[in-house]
Design a protein around this ligand. Structure first.
Ligand SMILES: [Fe+2]
Length: 321
């Protein structure tokens, strides 16, 4: 019997009230079981029912992926150009749709099959989020609530693109490279056993293994035929430090690429501002203070701009309680 290939999709990505042109599957005991034949409308209560039963992903057949991707992009473009949708709602939609692809890439390590969609998602963020103060504020407000690996990838990507924009990188290609580096910087963690990543008391040997993840990220990008050196350098350098105390190579500032210096700052900030198994998250202000106290780790001119970026957007942030 010929084996069919199935791909995970995020349940929230299904367009409510619209029927899909392809069947949806559930995975039980390593088997894919038909959940809905095509043309059945998927509603909000279906999502709740699935989530209550602990189902987070549905699956589609590989051959239907093109249709699914087209649906997603059409829907996203529809939201952006629609009148009568508030900037806040548009940002929420863009964030959620970015998450669909980010989740796929970050949980599977497969960038090849989503190359085009990733590009479109990042370009949408560049065109919509980065040109509007309000949209940027909305998105950083939203990002507070997502401390997952996927949320972290998106956040680093957005912070890095916003910082790059402020530093004068306004051409789309540079912003795309920085955005993709931000999204994929930790993708190499897939090559490290999960138990090790969640473990609290690590041996020296285990720490050294985890510290290899930037190299594994670089390897994953190359395996996926991403050979752009700007992206690869920024990814492999995301834990380096200006004073040479970072890893994996202990590079000093003059040997760290410009995009690397940007990703280092964006990654550190989002890491400090999120919950991790071994640390409670810091408020934005405290995360920035922490970075200022350790400023020898960063490019100081870039750090200064980043602090202004976050402070300015925080001042403009509506107070939500
Ligand atoms: Fe990392």
């Amino acid at each position: 019997m010929q084996k069919e290939n199935y791909l995970p999709i995020v349940i929230e990505s299904l367009i409510f009230g619209k029927n899909s042109d392809y069947p949806l599957y559930i995975k039980t005991y390593e088997k894919y079981v038909l959940y809905r034949s095509k043309a059945l409308i998927f509603s909000q209560s279906d999502v709740l029912r699935l989530k209550n039963n602990g189902v987070n992903n549905l699956y589609i057949r590989q051959e239907d992926k093109k249709k699914y991707d087209e649906d997603m992009i059409n829907h996203l473009n529809g939201i952006i150009s629609a009148n009568g949708i508030s900037s806040e709602d548009k940002t929420v939609s863009i964030y959620n749709y970015s998450k669909i692809y980010a989740q796929y890439v970050i949980t599977t390590g497969n960038l090849k099959d989503t190359k085009e969609q990733l590009k479109q998602v990042i370009e949408t963020i560049i065109e919509y989020i980065l040109v509007s103060d309000l949209a940027f504020i909305n998105i950083i407000n939203l990002s507070k609530y997502d401390a997952s690996e996927v949320g972290h990838g998106i956040n680093v990507s957005i912070y890095a693109m916003a910082l790059a924009g402020r530093l004068g990188f306004t051409n789309k290609l540079s912003l795309y490279e920085i955005g993709l580096a931000g999204l994929t910087h930790d993708i190499g963690k897939l090559k490290i056993p999960k138990q090790l990543l969640q473990k609290k008391d690590l041996t020296e040997e285990e720490i050294n293994e985890i510290k290899k993840h930037p190299i594994y990220s670089k390897e994953t990008l190359i395996e996926n035929e991403f050979d752009n050196s700007n992206i690869i350098n920024a990814v492999v350098e995301h834990h380096e430090a200006s004073n040479g105390t970072g890893y994996p190579y202990g590079k000093i500032e003059e040997n760290i690429s410009t995009f690397g210096k940007i990703i280092i700052i964006a990654n550190k900030f989002d890491s400090l501002a999120r919950d991790l198994p071994y640390r409670i998250k810091l408020e934005k202000k405290d995360a920035l203070n922490n970075m200022t106290l350790n400023k020898e780790l960063y490019n100081n001119a870039f750090l200064k701009e980043f602090i202004l970026l976050i402070k300015e957007s925080d001042e403009k942030m509506p107070i939500v309680r």
